[in-house]
Design a binder for this molecule. Structure first.
Ligand SMILES: Cc1cc2nc3c(=O)[nH]c(=O)nc-3n(C[C@H](O)[C@H](O)[C@H](O)COP(=O)(O)OP(=O)(O)OC[C@H]3O[C@@H](n4cnc5c(N)ncnc54)[C@H](O)[C@@H]3O)c2cc1C
Length: 466
């Protein structure tokens, strides 16, 4: 139980209305979108409305040895916002102003609580987009997605969050505020701080402002679907599209389990016997270029033994995308627990990874539907199970261990876009080795020697290491 004097001080710093303490409210902040994680209630939730307030809260937390857990929408999938132990959840829900849209420099400057979709809605009238688009664009915040270095469907052509953050204001664990980067396209002054803080999962500093790059919205697009009777053909088609020098805006894959589940869920006429389905969208500023790329994609699909469909209107496009849009909701409806992993392999190993996921599901007798961003090699093996069934839960965890060891053996990585958080901490050494773990701790301790900021996430604590 937090000292009453600390609560009063927090109320004085940020306003009484921006401090939550009731048990019901603490319960609401004891978990996030990650399934299968232990819950932990914070002592207090604080919602600052300015960076000066953030600095004052950090100073107080340091003096009182209270951990701080930054939180946007809580939609991450790695337990990144769940308190590791008691402390302060610092919610950015009320620090949600778009500070500037600068069409001449193609930038926007925002507070961390701005929701990605709200930014895109505001810049649409200038014919601009902010491309990173995790499946949660309607809720995820700019601060949270920067801390996760979120990707999404458009990563193949447009890159991920780190490619769009040009400048930041960050409050450090010592209470200092630093600003770096900005609106200049080129900036090699000092270390590349943006690339240090983006993806640091709230463990190195607290983001209080972001300047991001915007791009002109593509004016034309064309969507194609390929229906395959073998995973190998689908994998070859992915490689073939890239080899034809087409970089699609999206290149998504769904396995047979996902196809069958979506069809049972949404009844949209998918071929339930197909082994894999590819969805490919090309886009650009010129109709001719988009048509040329679409023709090249269709040629590749034809060569790889599939039936294909191409959308000619927006209505037909929406119809093709229904399958992918329904993938996660359909799979999640199968049981009470849904773990979405993001094991990622080099694009050329995608067939092997998909086949391995099927084999792992059979080996442990667990339900796994796999879909994801084929062009990035970023798959989402999605495991559905009953968390109250102990035996099944044990087998699920063994299956997940094997998914990650397989991804690493194929030259891949533990996370393409969901981060490490608490959920994947135990595998981190398998990818980084001891010297990599030591380097993580050296950087963490240089900036946050007392492990004040989001302890227990991304950087193993001493007790976890031994
Ligand atoms: C259904 C679903 C689909 C998804 N699809 C995708 C996808 O396609 N691609 C993808 O990349 N991800 C995806 N995600 C996960 C993705 O990580 C999150 O949706 C999003 O990036 C997190 O934003 P948030 O505001 O909810 O952050 P939170 O979950 O609140 O926080 C995420 C991390 O950021 C830290 N943080 C938050 N705010 C700050 C701040 N101001 N300063 C410092 N640290 C901060 C937190 O401590 C935490 O470590 C998906 C998640 C779900 C549930």
């Amino acid at each position: 139980m937090l000292d009453k004097a600390v609560v009063l001080k927090l109320q004085e710093l940020v306003g009484k209305e921006n401090v939550l303490t009731s048990k019901v409210e603490m319960l609401a902040y004891s978990y996030d979108a990650t399934a299968d994680m232990p819950r932990q209630m914070p002592d207090v939730v604080v919602m600052p409305t300015s960076s000066a307030m953030v600095q004052q809260v950090v100073d107080l937390a340091r003096a009182k040895h209270l951990a701080i857990y930054p939180r946007g929408a809580g939609s991450n999938l790695s337990g990144g916002t769940i308190p590791y132990k008691k402390g302060i959840v610092l919610s950015f829900q009320r620090m949600n102003q778009i500070l500037e849209i600068d069409p001449a420099n193609l930038t926007a400057t925002v507070q961390p609580g701005v929701v990605i979709a709200a930014l895109n809605a505001a810049i649409a009238k200038h014919g601009l987009i902010y491309p990173p688009d995790p499946g949660t664009v309607a809720t995820a915040t700019m601060g949270g997605s920067a801390a996760e270095n979120s990707g999404g469907l458009r990563g193949l052509k447009y890159g991920v969050t780190k490619n769009y953050i040009m400048g930041m204001e960050v409050v450090l664990a010592n209470g200092n505020k630093v600003r770096f980067g900005g609106k200049t396209v080129k900036n090699v002054t000092a270390y590349d701080f943006s690339n240090l803080f983006v993806g640091s999962e709230g463990t190195l500093g607290i983001t209080t402002e972001l300047t991001c790059k915007l791009i002109p919205a593509p004016r034309f697009r064309r969507t194609m679907m390929g229906i395959f009777s073998t995973i190998e053909d689908a994998g070859n088609a992915v490689a073939g599209i890239i080899a034809a020098h087409v970089i699609p805006a999206t290149l998504e894959i769904m396995d047979n389990m996902t196809i069958r589940t979506v069809e049972a869920f949404a009844n949209i006429g998918l071929p339930v016997e197909a082994k894999a389905l590819l969805l490919c969208e090309v886009d650009g500023m010129s109709q001719d270029l988009v048509d040329t790329e679409a023709e090249a994609v269709i040629e590749v699909l034809k060569k790889n033994n599939c039936e294909y469909k191409a959308a000619n209107t927006d209505v037909e496009r929406d119809q093709l995308w229904l399958a992918r849009r329904n993938a996660l909701p359909a799979l999640a409806s199968l049981n009470n627990t849904c773990i979405v992993e993001d094991a990622t392999v080099p694009r050329s190993r995608i067939t092997e990874m998909l086949l391995a996921c099927e084999a792992i599901a059979a080996k442990y007798n667990v339900t796994i539907g796999t879909f994801g961003h084929a062009g990035d090699g970023n798959l989402h093996p999605t495991i559905l199970y009953d968390m109250y069934d102990q035996d099944l839960t044990t087998r699920v965890h063994m299956a997940i261990d094997e998914i990650f060891s397989t991804a690493l053996a194929l030259g891949g990585t533990l996370s393409g876009e969901h981060g490490i958080g608490m959920a994947k901490m135990k595998y981190l050494g398998d990818e980084l080795g001891q010297s990599g773990l030591d380097l993580m701790r050296t950087i963490k301790e240089a900036l946050d020697p007392d492990y004040l900021l989001n302890p227990g996430k991304l950087v193993p604590l001493q007790e976890v290491l031994v």
